[in-house]
Design a protein around this ligand. Structure first.
Ligand code: SF4
Length: 251
């Protein structure tokens, strides 16, 4: 079976593989994938050497994972890049990774969570779902992502009710999803989840779009206001810096 996995990087110091999917059911204008289809933590030297070598089959993917366990002592798989839930193989991939006793972190916009995926997440020994909330404004949501907000909120509720570990992420975008908007997201999450965690990412601007990167002061302000309602983090403070190698495509 062919997956939607196009790229895998490995973070040696934290024993974590970043499994990257190609394609998304949203089309956010600020999507970092518009800058590069590859993991943007790679050096420019490596980025220029990478060439697309096709989507992996499930057998090829599991072969790479087995090799990474044997060679590096892989402990965690982060499923992200673009949108993993568009891949019909995702429930089977989660099952196989879970059978290998790996920690799994699924990054998703939560627009499509089918029952098979929900059941696999419920069975998974150590799975965490990170839901990207783009905006809570239904008009902005459909304008910028091309899809309605309601399924995202409904699926968030289904994941929480199923007892699956969920944390949330949003992007601070001055003029689109700014500090007041993020405060509203935090209040909303505090109303639906027990002790929710919200990661706030500063926007990395995409050329040709009107939004700028927030200042450090704005990011700090957002974090302190939101901290009244949720546990708050930024990726800058999560400290995932590590040496990175490419597992696929093969160089
Ligand atoms: S949901 Fe994420 S991957 Fe999809 S277009 Fe938006 S930012 Fe990009």
């Amino acid at each position: 079976m062919i997956t939607r996995i196009s790229h895998i990087t490995y973070y040696i110091d934290i024993k974590s593989a970043y499994v990257q999917y190609m394609g998304c059911n949203f089309h956010c204008p600020w999507c970092i994938r518009k800058l590069t289809p590859w993991d943007h933590h790679l050096s420019n030297n490596e980025l220029t050497r990478l060439r697309f070598q096709g989507l992996l089959s499930t057998d090829e993917f599991l072969g790479i994972i087995n090799d990474a366990i044997a060679k590096y002592g892989l402990e965690e798989a982060v499923l992200g890049g673009e949108e993993p839930t568009i891949d019909p193989a995702l429930p089977m991939i989660i099952k196989e990774l879970s059978n290998r006793k790996l920690r799994i972190r699924l990054l998703t916009n939560a627009y499509e969570i089918n029952n098979e995926l929900l059941n696999e997440l419920k069975l998974c020994g150590d799975c965490e779902v990170i839901i990207g909330i783009k905006t809570l404004d239904p008009k902005k949501h459909i304008k910028y992502t091309g899809k309605p907000l309601e399924p995202v909120l409904r699926n968030t509720g289904r994941l929480l009710e199923s007892g699956i570990k969920v944390i949330f992420e949003t992007v601070l975008i001055p003029g689109l999803n700014d500090i007041n908007d993020i405060e509203e997201i935090a209040k909303y999450l505090a109303g639906i989840a027990k002790d929710p965690t919200l990661i706030i990412d500063p926007l990395i601007p995409i050329p040709g779009t009107p939004w700028r990167r927030p200042t450090q002061e704005e990011l700090n302000d957002a974090m302190s206001r939101v901290g009244r309602y949720v546990r708050v983090m930024t990726h800058e403070k999560i400290g995932r810096s590590s040496r990175v190698v490419v597992l696929y495509p093969r160089l």
